[in-house]
Design a protein around this ligand. Structure first.
Ligand code: UTP
Length: 290
């Protein structure tokens, strides 16, 4: 069955980005002029996933407002003759069918995904984490959907990391099928580098068979007292094959301050309207620093 649905968990507290996230959702932090959650939503839509459930929590109302119609703003822009901006604003509200469910307590990523159970029903679905923004010729999730279609199994988006960074990620142990595809044999959440089975790390793109919801229902709190998606994947492996895919594209971890800055600078340097002036500014700045 083809994947048509996407879940975006956005109920986390974003403690790595305080104080910005004290009263504002980290998913609304902007890279140049677009909130992070819009980049991932666009990736989903570009891959044909137009039915999107966002898992929100208290203090995340700005996300709902962003994907809603803003009549006052549109009327104001129309009166000023700013038709390009009217279209820009309206397109956000029209690009997908967006649904919401609230996670009452931030009990972990696995718990956030489980909050979407009745919406997902028995359908396969994608999970996008707004912390990971990926730029690629073909949307990362489309690349993974090809594997899902072929193998009829869950697929995890992975990257190679420095061995000393394993305690930030879910790390897989697997058998290489080819340079990009790995059959997953085991997965561990945030292992110490000395215990990590590899340096292949799961990032925020997943495609799941409905079986993952049954595993999540049984999953007890793990690392950090949270219900971990990684633990549910580990249980899923007992019943189904799971693959990991080294996608083509550049990924930024914008939940981390350095990653956020890198994404901002590199994206600005790609933008037709900004790149020349911004490059000139950076060159001058670096000359002064040298
Ligand atoms: P993170 O591990 O990045 O957690 O969650 P976080 O709380 O947002 O951020 P830090 O680490 O404290 O800075 C990965 C994704 O899962 C969502 C987050 O919103 C983020 O998109 N999440 C996490 C939930 O929706 N609910 C949770 O209980 C935990």
């Amino acid at each position: 069955m083809p994947v048509k649905k996407a879940i975006i968990p956005a109920a986390g507290l974003g403690t790595r980005f305080l104080p910005a996230t004290k009263a504002s959702p980290k998913e609304m932090l902007t890279i140049v002029d677009k909130p992070a959650i819009q980049y991932v939503t666009e990736e989903a839509v570009n891959a044909g996933l137009k039915s999107i459930l966002i898992v929100t929590g208290r203090g995340k109302e700005a996300i709902e407002n962003h994907f809603d119609v803003s009549y006052e703003l549109e009327r104001f822009l129309e009166e000023k003759g700013k038709y390009k901006e009217v279209e820009l604003v309206r397109n956000i509200a029209e690009m997908a069918e967006v649904y919401y469910v609230r996670q009452k307590e931030a009990l972990g990523l696995g718990h956030a995904v489980l909050c979407a159970k009745s919406w997902a029903r028995e359908d396969p679905f994608a999970v996008f984490l707004g912390d990971d923004i990926i730029f690629s010729r073909k949307p990362c999730i489309s690349q993974m959907m090809e594997i899902f279609e072929e193998k009829k199994c869950s697929v995890l988006g992975v990257i190679e990391i420095d061995k000393n960074e394993t305690s930030k990620y879910g790390i897989i142990e697997g058998v290489e099928v080819n340079g990009q595809l790995i059959e997953v044999k085991d997965i561990v959440e945030k292992p110490d580098p000395k215990d990590a089975p590899s340096s292949t790390a799961v990032i925020g793109r997943y495609l799941f068979t409905p079986g993952i919801m049954r595993e999540l229902e049984q999953t007890k709190p793990g690392v950090g007292g949270e219900i971990q998606l990684t633990d549910a994947i580990r249980s899923l492996l007992k019943n189904e094959k799971v693959y990991a895919y080294r996608f083509e594209g550049k990924r930024y971890d914008i939940g981390d301050k350095l990653g956020f800055l890198e994404a901002t600078v590199e994206l600005a340097l790609e933008r037709e309207d900004l790149k020349d002036a911004f490059r000139e500014y950076l060159n001058k700045l670096m000359a002064v620093k040298d």
